[in-house]
Design a protein around this ligand. Structure first.
Ligand SMILES: [Zn+2]
Ligand SMILES: [Zn+2]
Length: 267
């Protein structure tokens, strides 16, 4: 049996996010019950003005609650304070207040909106090819210009477009995907393995294994793993099998972050 030494969950939303259902304390207690070693909260902030999470995170209260839970659970659970920054390449002047915060451990960069349209309905009036090209081009813009540490749910569009169009063919978009990975590697931006895909119709992690293979071939190393939980019940879900998959692909570490500095944990 392969032993899993140190379980992390680096994508969690509490009630500090508009769509989070559990408190920070409830999530920490669940993580301890599930024998998770380190968690990072990634509360929503968005640069898209049409988004419900545009600047609605109360950083002061969020920081206080993180500090209170760190004291409460010290020596049982490592707790980190992060944000999930939607559309991190847009309105950069507005985002500096968050990204320059020296107490922040981790910034996950994600695309949830394109041209003010929610990804949930972005593919509705487009065919498969148009949808994915536009989506990956926006991801490319984010890794080219955004200030963040790790790219969240790389091929998220498949969560919403799967029922309409099915899965994209990696071969058709290979070059664009490769350019995203190359740019991310150049700028020291890591890739997240997001296990919430197992909860969507595509039944696949974000990103697919073909993208991870390309990333490792390019010399990419920085990987975080997250459940994208919005309730305490799903914290840590499907993370041990992802560690095994990463080992099989040849990855040696998963990464944690402290004040936005990455540190590899041997897997
Ligand atoms: Zn997200
Ligand atoms: Zn999220």
């Amino acid at each position: 049996m392969i032993e899993i030494n140190f379980i992390i969950d680096y994508h969690i939303h509490s009630t500090f996010s508009h769509d989070g259902k559990s408190s920070i304390e409830e999530i920490c207690s669940a993580a301890i019950r599930k024998k998770i070693d380190e968690i990072c909260f990634t509360e929503h902030i968005s640069a898209t003005h049409a988004s419900p999470c545009c600047h609605n995170l109360n950083m002061e209260e969020y920081s206080k609650e993180i500090e209170r839970c760190k004291d409460l659970f010290q020596e049982i659970l490592i707790i980190k304070k992060g944000i999930e920054l939607g559309e991190p390449h847009l309105n950069s002047q507005e985002l500096i207040q968050y990204t320059s915060d020296k107490t922040l451990d981790f910034v996950l960069g994600s695309i949830h909106f394109i041209d003010d349209i929610d990804l949930v309905c972005f593919a509705d009036d487009k065919n498969l090819e148009e949808s994915y090209i536009a989506y990956f081009e926006e991801v490319y813009n984010s890794v080219s210009e955004g200030d963040f540490d790790v790219l969240g749910h790389f091929d998220l569009l498949k969560r919403y477009a799967f029922d309409l169009h099915g899965k994209y063919k990696h071969g058709d978009l290979e070059e664009l995907i490769h350019e995203i990975l190359r740019k991310a590697s150049q700028r020291n931006i890591g890739i997240e393995i997001n296990t919430s895909g197992f909860r969507s119709s595509s039944l696949e992690i974000f990103p697919s294994q073909l993208i991870l293979q390309d990333y490792i071939e390019l010399g990419g190393e920085i990987i975080t793993v997250g459940s994208d939980s919005h309730t305490a019940e799903t914290v840590g879900n499907n993370i041990p099998p992802v560690y095994l998959m990463l080992k099989q692909l040849g990855f040696k570490h998963v990464y944690t972050f402290d004040k936005r500095n990455p540190a590899g944990i041997k897997i």
